[in-house]
Design a protein around this ligand. Structure first.
Ligand SMILES: *[C@@H]1O[C@H](CO)[C@@H](O)[C@H](O)[C@H]1NC(C)=O
Ligand SMILES: *[C@@H]1O[C@H](CO)[C@@H](O)[C@H](O)[C@H]1NC(C)=O
Length: 286
């Protein structure tokens, strides 16, 4: 539809002739300082898995039920739908919808997962849209947490380039928004400058351990939350005191992401937190 026709259409008929009303979605901000839990290893149990001070619950979208999401909403909390956007998992019910041509190398450490050829957007978009519809939107989730959004930095088996990843990640965010779902960017630290405007929040693993939380400066500037999970006690306690300096909210979990968590409530904004070999709070790099 041409711009002119669109304008005429809107003027004559209100917005009714547009493809669909623009949908609103959840846009959390960092000022609210919402606590989160990242619980993928076991089903969410509303009778035992709520945690004081935790308002945002990340759970596996495919295995979640609407009742779980309803229980989270009944408390006034938010539910985020995890799914893998950048890998194929042998055990998902839609596994047969991935043609062999999009399947690449096995993920290091995850033998049941293969990287996807994210350049094939026309093949993957409908599969991912259906996941977001059936696993997330239909159950009432507030947002999606698409995983494996940085395959271009990995040995995927395909010659993926940064631009391919940008296009794919933007497609995922735009499909989510079209369904009325917020979208979080998982890791993909080297594309935060480009992708911060496209995503509503950020999910990070181990930025304290790898001394890379400072890469979240663009999200901090945009006042968008960064929810960080650490797996090692040393990195967690070293980083926790400095989380406010980097604008992240941190928890420590086991790698299996089962229910228990250790929260970090430190609110220090000391400049000594910056990554610097002479920093007294963060210690040595690497
Ligand atoms: C943050 O979001 C809350 C709603 O959750 C809103 O009330 C508040 O005004 C927002 N703050 C900023 C600084 O955007
Ligand atoms: C993919 O690459 C990133 C960045 O180099 C790395 O942190 C991550 O562990 C890799 N993922 C896998 C599954 O190998």
């Amino acid at each position: 539809m041409s711009r002119l026709r669109l304008a005429a259409c809107a003027a004559l008929l209100g917005l009714a002739c547009l493809p669909g009303p623009a949908r609103a979605w959840w846009k959390p901000n960092a000022t609210d300082g919402l606590g989160f839990n990242y619980q993928l290893g076991t089903d969410f149990d509303p009778s035992s898995n709520f945690i004081d001070g935790v308002q945002v619950y990340f759970i596996d979208g495919e295995s979640a039920t609407k009742a779980m999401v309803d229980a989270i909403h009944a408390k006034g909390y938010r539910a985020v739908c995890y799914f893998s956007a950048g890998s194929y998992e042998t055990y998902r019910p839609d596994a047969s919808s991935f043609p062999a041509s999009v399947l690449g190398n096995v993920l290091d450490g995850w033998p049941n997962e293969k990287w996807l050829d994210i350049r094939q957007i026309s093949v993957l978009q409908p599969i991912m849209k259906k996941r977001m519809q059936d696993w997330c939107q239909a159950k009432g989730f507030d947002a999606v947490d698409p995983d494996n959004m940085d395959g271009y930095t990995n040995d995927s088996g395909f010659p993926l380039e940064a631009k391919d990843q940008l296009a794919y990640n933007r497609m995922i965010a735009s499909v989510a928004h079209g369904l009325g779902l917020g979208a979080g960017l998982k890791n993909d630290l080297d594309q935060l400058n480009e992708l911060t405007p496209d995503f509503d929040f950020f999910v990070n693993e181990q930025c304290f351990q790898y001394n890379e939380c400072d890469k979240y400066a663009p999200s901090q500037k945009a006042n968008k939350p960064v929810w960080n999970v650490e797996y090692k006690s040393g990195a967690f306690s070293r980083g926790c005191r400095c989380q406010s300096y980097f604008g992240v909210t941190s928890i420590k979990k086991t790698l299996k992401l089962k229910p228990p968590l250790t929260k970090c409530s430190a609110r220090i904004k000391d400049k000594r937190c910056r990554y610097d070999p002479s920093a007294t709070l963060m210690g040595r790099r690497g």
